[in-house]
Design a protein around this ligand. Sequence first.
Ligand SMILES: Cc1cc2nc3c(=O)[nH]c(=O)nc-3n(C[C@H](O)[C@H](O)[C@H](O)COP(=O)(O)OP(=O)(O)OC[C@H]3O[C@@H](n4cnc5c(N)ncnc54)[C@H](O)[C@@H]3O)c2cc1C
Length: 459
Amino acid sequence: MTSWTYSRELPVSEPVDVLVAGAGPAGIAAAVAAARRGARTTLVERFGFLGGNLTAGLVGPCMTSYSLDGSRQLIRGVFEEFVQRMEALGGAIHPSKTQAGDPYAGFITYGHDKVTPFEPETAKSVAMEMCLDAGVTLLLHTFIADVISEDGRVNGVVCASKSGLHVQPAQIFVDCTADGDVAARGGADTVFGREGDGLVQPMTVFFRISDVDDERVEQYVRSHPDDIRPFASIVEKARAQGRFPAPRRGVGMYKTLRSGVWRINTTRVLGRDGTNAQDLTSAEIEGRRQVDELMRFFRENLPGFERCELLDTASTVGVRETRRVVGDYVLSLEDLQEGRHFDDVIALCAYPVDIHDPAGAGGGVDDSFGTANYYEIPYRCLLPSEVENLLVAGRCVSATHEALAAIRVMPPSFAMGEAAGTAAALACADNLTLRQLPVPDLQHALVDQGGYLGEVLRP
Ligand SMILES: Cc1cc2nc3c(=O)[nH]c(=O)nc-3n(C[C@H](O)[C@H](O)[C@H](O)COP(=O)(O)OP(=O)(O)OC[C@H]3O[C@@H](n4cnc5c(N)ncnc54)[C@H](O)[C@@H]3O)c2cc1C
């Protein structure tokens, strides 16, 4: 590719204390937490609504926020408030009321106790109201295209929108773009994909279908306990005959709050880079073609789906994995297996390793990795090693491919975002760098806000 150099003077907005990039689960929690602690906080999001995969990706349910044995709620704080506010509007079921193996959990048992089913429209509205109530300034329809940094500090992000380009300076930046866009452009070290071959988990276009015969589906699935995923034997037979349109071994399907409506997590697009616009374009094309073909397949082959209709497709293909920022600590599979304690713990989680095969039809959550009943995420995973005034939270944090495959789901992303936003606000208030911030102050603040960091730091 050839290159052109061009220069232009850009308008610079009033500096803020905390700039949160990306309004998915991590960004929502980061912005709410920072603003509630008094930081002047701006949340920049490329879409016209909040939620990231919660909404634009049609992803759901929220995976477990409890320990693996289902006995203890680990992820509370902003996530718990978000769920309660959605539930009060009739748009969610609290995780304490769902159980492993039920239709809300996609009939999956391992790692699927106490998921949170929710309506994406309720999520949009509650996320927006929580941000506005907290005093967050929203900047929607705005893409962060570049970063201005110097000597290991980010000075400002370059925002592109209908208004043109402008620079937004801040004291502290929180990268919740899932792809580490700010960190990568701001000079942080990043790694991409699986160690060794760089392959990433496949992408998926989620869709919802209506007019499903819930009872018939449940009856069929319950009477075929040997299927590793719903309808696996029908799918396997069709795959052998070249009639199944996606590289999958079964149907990923989750009952929603509305009767006859299910979320379908079954398309699979392999070998694409979610930080490359051409790859994203071809993934949208392939994923959407699979949706149409799956609809036909479902109607013709799956008991209970004979009269089903396509309700909607996600606004964007769902990207499971791209860059991971290299931080002061890299969370590993062994940390998750041993439930290793970190003095700078900022979140407890339990969702197991869930790797969709980067090269084929296999993978998904199972017990083969043997993760502990719960494990810890340390503050250092949020601190990119090369940049001083930047935190990362959500899917782009510092972890190995395997560890990320567990902590990437939405409740841990909320928890990491809340920790990052709280750290940013505390550091701003006391004029400290993020590494000077006393970690016990951060931990106590998280617990005061309703978080849970284990028995030692019990409220
Ligand atoms: C197909 C699929 C299925 C999944 N299934 C589940 C599931 O069932 N349950 C579960 O709990 N988790 C699931 N996950 C995982 C989960 O959805 C994500 O890992 C989680 O949403 C990560 O949260 P996040 O806030 O880091 O990122 P995201 O949710 O991706 O949010 C990132 C936000 O940043 C914005 N953004 C990105 N770049 C820029 C930029 N440069 N400028 C401005 N804005 C930007 C995006 O528009 C988006 O709003 C699934 C993921 C995928 C892809």
